[in-house]
Design a protein around this ligand. Structure first.
Ligand SMILES: NC(=O)c1ccc[n+]([C@@H]2O[C@H](COP(=O)([O-])OP(=O)(O)OC[C@H]3O[C@@H](n4cnc5c(N)ncnc54)[C@H](OP(=O)(O)O)[C@@H]3O)[C@@H](O)[C@H]2O)c1
Length: 235
């Protein structure tokens, strides 16, 4: 698919990678962007192609209200995410809240827009993570939820292929947003990452790697996934 003239729907669009994706979609010539956020007052866009929509991906009523009158979306970007940062011995509520946003949120919005995307032969892009592919113990709760979203990405891809809906996963390493502010390592900028993500969508890449670390790790993972498990276990 081409970004030019597309109609996109982005979750968690008020900051971080989601905001950068909306900016990149507009710069790439998108026809319309549904920019969604829990608080629409925080959406920082003035372009007339942006439609601001209230959406909390953990709330079924909110998902219904945000999607029920929409039939023109061609590109769904499931970007909204949280990282409670719980270890395997952390509280269950932290694990549950990561799953609620990062897995069930993706599932809810994908289900709600599935018929529209089928009718429009559209595309779904899920913001997964390198920890979708191997666990890092200090953020086990996040890794579990991102492994679930990765698995869901594969299931959606297989199930929607017959309807000509393409499904891509994004597997970022550290990107310089609020979520990664406590990670003392080199980080890609959200705007650079967003551009690589949209280039990957146009190139029909099933596994999109938007930064230097993800490019290196996913290259290793393709030939030797256990090596990535061992590398992350020592981090
Ligand atoms: N930054 C990284 O290093 C990195 C690496 C790998 C993957 N990712 C993934 O990339 C995506 C974007 O992350 P980011 O770095 O941009 O994070 P961020 O700066 O923390 O932004 C997270 C976004 O998700 C939204 N959100 C959280 N809970 C939500 C909910 N229940 N309903 C709707 N929106 C919700 C937030 O909205 P509020 O402002 O209302 O909280 C915010 O817009 C996430 O899926 C993340 O897991 C990020």
């Amino acid at each position: 698919m081409q970004i030019k003239n597309t109609i996109a729907f982005v979750t968690g669009a008020n900051r971080g990678i989601g905001k950068a994706l909306v900016d990149a979609l507009l710069a790439g010539g998108a026809k319309k962007v549904y920019a969604t956020a829990r608080d629409v007052a925080k959406l920082p866009f003035s372009d007339s192609r942006v439609v601001k929509v209230q959406l909390d991906v953990t709330n079924a009523e909110s998902v219904k209200a945000a999607t029920q009158d929409i039939n023109d979306v061609e590109l769904l970007i499931n970007n909204a995410g949280v990282n409670a940062g719980r270890t395997a011995f952390g509280d269950i509520e932290g694990h549950r809240s990561d799953l609620e946003v990062n897995y069930f949120g993706v599932l809810r919005v994908s289900q709600a827009l599935a018929n529209t995307l089928k009718a429009n032969k559209g595309t779904i892009v899920n913001l997964n993570s390198l920890v979708s592919l191997a666990s890092m113990a200090p953020i086990a709760s996040y890794g579990v939820s991102k492994a679930a979203s990765h698995s869901l990405t594969l299931a959606l891809r297989a199930e929607l292929a017959k309807d000509n809906v393409s499904v891509y996963g994004v597997y970022p390493g550290p990107i310089d947003t609020d979520m990664a502010k406590d990670m003392p390592m080199d980080k890609a900028s959200p705007s650079d990452a967003a551009k690589v993500i949209l280039d990957g969508v146009e190139a029909q890449e099933t596994h999109i790697t938007p930064d230097a670390m993800s490019q290196e790790v996913v290259a290793t993972w393709r030939s030797n996934p256990v090596a990535v498990e061992e590398m992350f276990a020592s981090m």
